[in-house]
Design a protein around this ligand. Structure first.
Ligand code: PCA
Length: 219
């Protein structure tokens, strides 16, 4: 059975509840369209975030790796490129890396996502439209981003793109909106993230079907 691995992050700074980690834990163990979902919450740690992800990849051999993290922005940010740079901020363990250093010394300056971002953007827009028609409610949309920051999210994203080339065909990073203080958007944020995972599982099935025959798991 194909595997879709979802990672999210735990709390950091003033983020006491991180929706990315909540989503990863919520989908863990589900089976969607014949795809096994493995989800885990990573510690916001320079040391362990990538190590844990690599260990899970070795254990589960996923076809898709969806890494999630929260950004202070109301939309879903479909991250197009990982940058080979580390920022100055300490992780939750108080560890600081050398600011401006490269994630992978000598690696390319940027590496492109290997997730079907155009397709996801359309699917999220369709959901938003349906919500508007049926519920008359607000809904979260997505946009492309070419800057995943210089903290843990970009660090994990770059490592995933660099080291898992040839091992996990479909992989990348998506930033998600935070829960607002009133808790008002919580259900919507949770729902759209589960939708994202479900849609990726659907995409994988369609992609696998269209690729069966002479093609294998190509991007
Ligand atoms: N967001 C941070 C790190 C963890 C998270 O969820 C970031 O954007 O780097």
């Amino acid at each position: 059975m194909p595997v879709l691995l979802v990672t999210g992050f735990g709390p950091f700074r003033n983020v006491t509840r991180n929706p990315s980690g909540v989503a990863a834990q919520t989908v863990h163990g589900r089976e969607i369209d014949g795809t096994q979902i493995i989800g885990t919450e990573l510690v916001v740690s320079w040391q362990s975030a990538w190590e844990t992800t690599l260990r899970l990849v070795e254990e589960h051999q996923p076809q898709v790796l969806l890494c999630l993290g929260v950004a202070n922005w109301p939309n879903i940010e479909l991250e197009q490129v990982a940058r080979n740079v580390i920022g100055p901020e300490a992780d939750v363990e108080g560890v600081v890396l050398q600011s401006g250093a490269e994630v992978v010394p000598g690696g390319r300056a940027t590496l492109s996502s290997a997730l079907p971002l155009d397709w996801l953007k359309k699917r999220i827009a369709e959901r938003a439209l349906a919500q508007a028609v049926f519920r008359n409610g607000t809904s979260i949309v997505s946009q492309f981003s070419d800057n995943a920051g210089d903290y843990l999210c970009n660090f994990l994203f770059y490592n995933v793109m660099h080291h898992l080339e040839g091992r996990v065909p479909h992989r990348g990073f998506i930033h998600v909106p935070p829960y607002d203080e009133s808790g008002e958007n919580e259900a919507e944020v949770d729902e759209v993230l589960i939708y994202l995972v479900e849609e990726l599982a659907h995409w994988l099935v369609q992609n696998a079907e269209s690729a069966s025959g002479e093609h294998s798991w190509s991007i």
